[in-house]
Design a protein around this ligand. Structure first.
Ligand SMILES: NC(=O)c1ccc[n+]([C@@H]2O[C@H](COP(=O)([O-])OP(=O)(O)OC[C@H]3O[C@@H](n4cnc5c(N)ncnc54)[C@H](O)[C@@H]3O)[C@@H](O)[C@H]2O)c1
Length: 431
């Protein structure tokens, strides 16, 4: 026996979800403010064009498991779960329009107050895309006020973002890249998984705001990928280089390109290659008379990130500190100082009046040669006056340690109680 599920909002997401839930044997009540959509679903017709959906709805309707209404209130007594799929379109200022979401939340709150006790909380699953903080600051307080009590006894609340793409929505429903559940307490919504039985995907049970943010991050990244791919395409095309041949090789590299490498929030990029070759690529675009704001933005963003780190250090330990900087070369296992963001950070801290000690086990100033030696000469004050061989002595008296790159075993050797700002892995509360 399947579940009885109400779906609020019969757009692309709501209708596809209804179709797939019917296929899986559940009973569905579709709800919308648009009478044409209510009528269509009532007749087992799809209000949207989406491959496979019409057939699934028609089959569910034939078996008497699909109905529709403009008012969910009277149905709440018989439902196990409500999925909220109303639209959250863009406003002129770029923010999302939350009025539909607020309106259905109010309806649910009022309906829940009247709902006969069933011994089980009604599960309200929000699937509409919403900005981080909406569940905690808008949805939960609205429900608590109207129901007269918080979640737990009469209702439970989850945020379960949808990752389907129009035109392959049914396929995506059964093979999602992941299942993300934002909830009050880890695992509390596990009952929701009943609707995902047979679907294999990594499951993440996380606080509301993390789940809300994931959806924005995913779509921002997808947009960034398209814009990046197109900028590369424009530069290639302007030089009579086959953009698809370049893309084929770029995409075939799943070690460095299409991979988690270079994506985790951490320190700025630097070293002898990335800044130099990005600048060279920007020069190619300039020569061809092309604007490539995504690529140019990467350079600008990197500078802003270093400034943000310096600002954060000022907040954690105002000048004169002292601050202990752990790491100076651009990454672990190398003494390469060329374009090292940590060298820039050290200069910035000294310029802002910090007392600074630097520890970097990868660096032996006596062994620097070539261009690396020239860079060292340019920054000789840091190397001569601030670089320490003895970590324990350098840490003595420091107010803050800044971990600029992973250094094995270094944390264990720091004095207990010395705060560490780890810029290699930005964390909650770092901002
Ligand atoms: N379309 C997609 O591919 C997609 C994918 C993932 C997530 N999302 C998100 O899912 C949500 C829904 O997207 P969509 O494309 O299905 O939107 P849509 O605009 O196609 O459908 C939204 C439906 O909600 C209905 N509605 C509005 N107020 C209502 C109310 N008070 N009561 C009942 N129904 C109401 C509208 O009449 C409409 O039919 C959005 O937040 C969207 O960002 C969309």
């Amino acid at each position: 026996m399947g579940l009885a599920i109400g779906i609020l909002g019969l757009g692309y997401v709501g209708t596809t979800t209804a179709a797939c839930l019917l296929k899986d044997g559940h009973r569905v009540v579709g709800v919308d403010v648009n009478p044409e959509k209510v009528a269509a679903i009532g007749e087992g017709r799809s209000p949207v064009v989406e491959p496979g959906v019409a057939e699934l709805l028609a089959a569910g309707a034939r078996e008497g498991r699909l109905s529709s209404t403009a008012d969910i209130g009277p149905h709440l007594d018989r439902l196990d779960m409500v999925l909220i799929c109303v639209g959250t379109p863009s406003r002129a200022d770029g923010k999302l329009e939350m009025t539909h979401l607020l309106e259905v939340t109010r309806q649910l709150g009022r309906g829940l107050r009247e709902r006969a006790p069933t011994g089980k909380p009604l599960l309200l699953v929000y699937r509409s895309t919403m900005p981080p903080g909406t569940m905690e600051r808008l949805v939960l307080p609205t429900l608590a006020k109207l129901v007269g009590e918080g979640p737990g006894r009469r209702y439970e609340v989850a945020f379960n973002p949808e990752f389907l793409r129009e035109s392959t929505a049914v396929e995506d429903y059964y093979a999602p890249p992941k299942i993300v559940i934002g909830e009050r307490e880890k695992g509390i919504t596990r009952r929701l998984l009943g609707i995902y039985d047979g679907i294999e995907a990594p499951l993440f049970e996380v606080p509301f705001a993390v789940a809300e943010m994931v959806k924005f991050v995913d779509n921002s990244f997808h947009a960034l990928k398209v814009a990046f791919g197109n900028e590369i395409g424009r530069i290639c095309a302007s030089r009579d280089i086959d953009p698809q041949a370049v893309a084929d090789i770029f995409l075939a590299d799943t070690k460095l390109n299409i991979s988690p490498v270079y994506l985790r929030p951490g320190g700025p990029f630097g070293g002898s290659c990335l800044p130099k070759d990005l600048s060279a690529m920007l020069a190619l675009a300039r020569e061809s008379g092309l604007a490539v704001p995504v690529l140019a933005g990467a350079k600008e963003s990197n500078g802003l990130h270093l400034a943000w780190i310096a600002q954060r250090i000022r907040e954690l330990a105002p000048p004169p500190g002292p601050v202990l900087l752990l790491g100076l070369s651009f990454k672990s296992g190398t003494d390469d100082l060329r374009n090292s963001p940590l060298l820039d950070l050290a200069s910035l801290l000294l310029d802002t009046g910090y007392r600074l000690d630097v520890y970097d086990p990868d660096l032996d100033p006596d062994r620097l040669v070539g261009v690396n030696f020239a860079v060292a000469l340019e920054h000789q004050e840091i190397l001569l006056a601030h670089l320490r061989q003895d970590l324990e002595r350098a840490a003595d008296g420091a107010r803050l340690a800044v971990l600029g790159k992973p250094i094995p075993g270094v944390r264990e050797r720091l004095p207990a109680g010395l705060p560490v700002f780890d810029i290699t892995r930005l964390r909650h509360g770092d901002g």
